[in-house]
Ligand binder design. Structure first.
Ligand SMILES: C[S@@+](CC[C@H](N)C(=O)[O-])C[C@H]1O[C@@H](n2cnc3c(N)ncnc32)[C@H](O)[C@@H]1O
Length: 211
């Protein structure tokens, strides 16, 4: 949703509208799937305005939150108390290889992979897998291409005009992912859970490092 990301102060309300009110539930499901226990280290990629970050912190996580957009990070910082247990990093996910390996109990990435090119997504998922501590899990949620023909047509009718608007406003698009589970497996992770939302147009996937 690149065009919404250009107005961080309207981002949350915009996403709520575009997902017909589902985004809050998706965020809560992502934070819950990360199975955080107090003190766990969580790496969040593309934290945006910090909705998931706040839920992770509330569960006792120590979060390292990456985002490439300073305006989104500012909104996120406003949402959380200054002494919250979070390290904000203004960087792209492609620079993740600077972070220590096997250092995080969970890696969370919500509505961010669809902003990336195919090659960046593959790189980021591989690097995310490397950042997991033994027994850790990746939680990824994103917009995906609906499976059924009717659902796909509805998705096209709902998302097509937004994509056109996005292209006109910021010259770029985020695209529903064609194969989120396949992309995660390609990074060497074992998928343990998958659920879909909003008529199959949003997916949440949990995966662990291969034994
Ligand atoms: C659609 S928003 C989602 C924000 C948040 N995760 C949520 O669920 O509300 C995507 C966020 O990912 C960030 N982002 C997109 N591509 C990125 C990249 N390659 N590296 C770092 N951040 C990125 C954007 O700046 C934006 O804040």
């Amino acid at each position: 949703m690149r065009w919404l990301e250009n107005s961080p102060e309207r981002y949350d309300a915009g996403m709520n509208f575009l997902t017909l009110g589902s985004v809050g539930k998706l965020h809560a499901a992502v934070a819950s799937a990360a199975a955080v226990t107090p003190g766990d280290r969580v790496l969040e990629i593309g934290c945006g305005t910090g909705s998931v970050t706040a839920l992770l912190i509330a569960r006792g996580a120590r979060v390292t939150a990456i985002d490439q957009a300073p305006e989104m990070l500012e909104q996120a910082q406003r949402r959380l108390a200054p002494d919250a247990s979070v390290e904000w990093l203004e960087q792209t996910a492609s620079e993740m290889d600077r972070l220590p390996e096997h250092a995080f109990d969970s890696v969370v990435i919500c509505l961010c992979l669809s902003d990336m090119s195919t090659s960046e997504r593959a790189f980021v998922l591989r690097e995310a897998a490397l950042r997991l501590a033994p027994g850790g899990c990746l939680v990824a949620a994103d917009e995906v291409r609906a499976a059924g023909r009717g659902q796909r047509l509805a998705q096209l009718l709902w998302r097509g005009p937004q994509a056109a608007l996005g292209w006109l406003l910021v010259g770029s698009l985020s695209q529903p992912l064609a194969n989120l589970v396949g992309d995660i497996r390609q990074a060497g992770l074992c998928v343990s859970h998958e659920e879909t939302w909003l008529s199959g147009t949003l997916a949440l996937v949990v995966a662990e490092a291969a034994p």
